[in-house]
Design a protein around this ligand. Structure first.
Ligand code: ADE
Ligand code: ZN
Length: 344
């Protein structure tokens, strides 16, 4: 057998190894799971026009220079989502894919302002997504829903959005912050986060994706987040890394997203192995899989291919995801994980 075949076999064995490890996905935008085929299906059933004429043409448009060039297309795509059924079908399709990759816990982001700003009610969005996630147990996936504020909009908008969602408080696990990072400081969102905290919601935020380490400090100190989404640029600040390690603050890293949005030039240079080595509680996630070339399994696959992660590192990444999930210490996922590792 040639060396190339042996290396390829070893990689596919590692991918299968990861698939069998119970995992949590903690950084997944439901709007980012809108596959082109689904986009056309929803557009047709809702009578919404798109400027693309075929799936191939749409996929070809998924070439991004940076975060903003992606967000421009992503918000346009979301315009086909109009009914509870659309949100249900989108979410169920994601859960099926996640379950097939060995995801046993999914904490799902949604962006209500993307929908309410074009006249879709908060109720349609939350009830549509919830009707799917409440059936996650049929696939062996426990779920939670995290409402994200769009950081390019105002702090007041964020506060009103949370107030409008509170009649559905029981369906929410937490709040987050996403969209354009640079130029939109966390300080705008203190009131919205204070309200979320007083409601007992968990707190996360995107930070250190395109923005410098200062954005991560602000997420921690100004918003009081429990997890940082992305956080790859934290590696530029040794004092910040030391703090994240000491406090075991998880970072939800998204390798394919970082490549496609040019946060890294080459997957072989992705900081994830160095983050693990530094003792950070890093996890692997898919962010917007329909736009970035794959779900959580593909993200692990890309890291295995380019960074040659060892089995121990893969186990650590999966264990980190369960430790970082907003579940209680007696959740069966912990013992299931130990049993799965034992059986490997
Ligand atoms: N919304 C969806 N994906 C995002 C990302 N990677 N960064 C910021 N906002 C987002
Ligand atoms: Zn994200």
């Amino acid at each position: 057998m040639s060396d190339v075949t042996t290396a390829t076999d070893a990689r596919s064995e590692s991918v299968e190894f990861v698939r069998r490890l119970p995992k949590a996905e903690l950084h997944l935008h439901i709007e980012g799971t809108l596959e082109p085929e689904m986009l056309f299906r929803f557009a047709a059933r809702n009578g919404v026009e798109t400027r693309f004429t075929s799936v191939d043409e749409l996929r070809a448009a998924y070439e991004f220079d940076d975060l903003q060039s992606f967000l421009d297309i992503y918000y346009q795509g979301a315009a086909v989502l109009r009914t509870e059924e659309d949100f249900h079908d989108l979410t169920w399709a994601y859960l099926e894919r996640a379950a097939a990759d060995g995801v046993r816990r999914a904490e799902i982001f949604f962006d209500p302002q993307t929908h309410t700003d074009r006249g879709i009610s908060m109720e349609t969005v939350i009830l549509g997504i919830s009707s799917a996630i409440e059936r996650g147990s049929e696939l062996g996936v426990s779920t939670g829903l995290i409402l994200c504020f769009l950081r390019h909009l105002s702090g007041e908008d964020a506060l009103h959005t949370l107030e409008a969602a509170l009649p559905h408080r029981s369906k929410l696990l937490g709040v987050g912050l996403d969209s354009s990072e640079v130029g939109h400081p966390a300080t705008k969102f203190v009131a919205a986060y204070d309200l979320a905290r007083s409601e007992g919601l968990h707190l996360v935020a995107h930070a250190g994706e395109e923005g410098p380490p200062e954005y991560v400090w602000q997420a921690l100190d100004v918003l009081g987040v429990e997890r940082v989404d992305h956080g790859v640029r934290a590696m530029e600040d040794a004092a910040l890394v030391a703090r994240l390690v000491a406090e075991r603050t998880p970072l939800t890293v998204c390798p394919l997203s970082n490549l496609r949005l040019r946060v890294v030039d080459d997957m072989a240079e992705h900081p994830l192995p160095r983050m693990l080595e530094a003792g950070l509680v890093v996890t692997v996630n898919s962010d917007d899989p329909a736009y970035f070339g794959g779900y959580i399994g593909a993200n692990f696959g890309a890291m295995i291919e380019s960074c040659e992660l060892s089995r121990d590192e893969l186990v650590t990444l999966a264990r980190n995801s369960i430790e970082a999930a907003f579940i209680t210490g007696d959740d069966p996922l912990f013992s299931d994980f130990d049993a799965a590792v034992e059986a490997l």
